[in-house]
Design a protein around this ligand. Structure first.
Ligand code: ATR
Length: 270
């Protein structure tokens, strides 16, 4: 394969840490963007088995030309122990997915799953402040999104999930962090909500059932998705047919990349 980046002694190095490593996508997302924006930087995959995490961070701290990293499983939680500062979202979620060294080689980390989603929604021109929101799903991504929604001044959040105990636990966590936001567990009934967000994996496969009943939607509602592939999931298609505004999963990803790049010291305009 032909190299597209010119790496010299001045090139700043970033990493994507994971175990296993072969599936990671961050290098193939960041490197073309570094090139597009004329940034002399490269992101490489870094295969770090869990038992080596402590020594790995110590080594990076000693390397002034190493700027930061995208963090994937299984490191999102254990790496927090070795960070000098964790952002608000990372603390609330209890996991981080990116980190960078500051000029004193202090490692600063945060979680951008939720902020990426909210930022993508706002950039598309959708309002969420003072809005009533139904989120279907209460898994890892949902947890991050729930805290970010509460942080964005929504008026109400209902959380529906197949396993209701998980939804209840998330409601509890969000209510205690944001006591002024009304948060409650609920069935997946979109009636009375301004925005409906699917954070479940329903929609990834063609034969999946729908996360909500589209017959209960009305055209004043916005239906948002976090699944990127397929671009238009069955629930988005059904919502479009009803006349709802829809929001694809892709902007969440693009905005996460931009948020990570900002901590790395770069401005990727989207
Ligand atoms: P992610 O990290 O992408 O959020 P996750 O943490 O595995 O993934 O969460 C998947 C979400 O999809 C959960 O809310 C899950 O519901 P449960 O908590 O009941 O498992 C939901 N989900 C997955 N398969 C589902 C199905 N067949 N029907 C309804 N919900 C489903």
């Amino acid at each position: 394969m032909q190299a597209t980046l010119e790496i010299s002694g001045k090139t700043r190095v970033f990493g994507c840490i994971s175990d296993p490593i072969s599936h990671v996508r961050a290098p193939s997302v960041f490197n073309p963007l570094f090139e597009k924006h004329g940034i002399d930087a490269v992101m490489v995959p870094l295969h770090v088995p869990p038992r080596g995490l402590s020594e790995f961070i110590m080594g990076l701290r000693a390397m002034p030309n190493f700027g930061g990293m995208s963090i994937t499983l299984p490191h999102k939680v254990p790496i927090m122990e070795f960070c000098d500062e964790i952002g608000q979202q990372g603390k609330l979620v209890g996991a981080v997915n990116y980190a960078a060294f500051d000029k004193d080689r202090r490692l600063i980390a945060d979680n951008c799953d939720g902020s990426g989603f909210v930022s993508g929604l706002l950039a598309a021109g959708h309002e969420i402040a003072q809005r009533r929101i139904l989120m279907v799903g209460a898994g890892g991504a949902a947890r991050a999104i729930a805290f970010s929604l509460a942080d964005s001044g929504i008026s109400h959040l209902s959380i529906a999930n197949r396993t209701m105990s998980t939804a209840e636990a998330l409601v509890e966590a969000v209510s205690s962090a944001y006591p002024n936001t009304e948060v409650q567990p609920a069935p997946p009934n979109p009636k009375g909500f301004d925005v409906i967000i699917n954070t479940t994996s329903l929609g990834l496969n063609e034969d999946d059932k729908l996360p909500i009943d589209p017959k209960l939607l009305n055209p004043s509602q916005l239906v948002a998705e976090i699944i990127m592939n397929p671009e238009e999931t069955a629930i988005l298609k059904a919502a479009k047919t009803v006349g709802c505004r829809i929001h694809y999963g892709r902007p969440m990803f693009d905005h996460q990349v931009a948020i990570q790049a900002k901590l790395f010291g770069y401005n990727f305009s989207i």
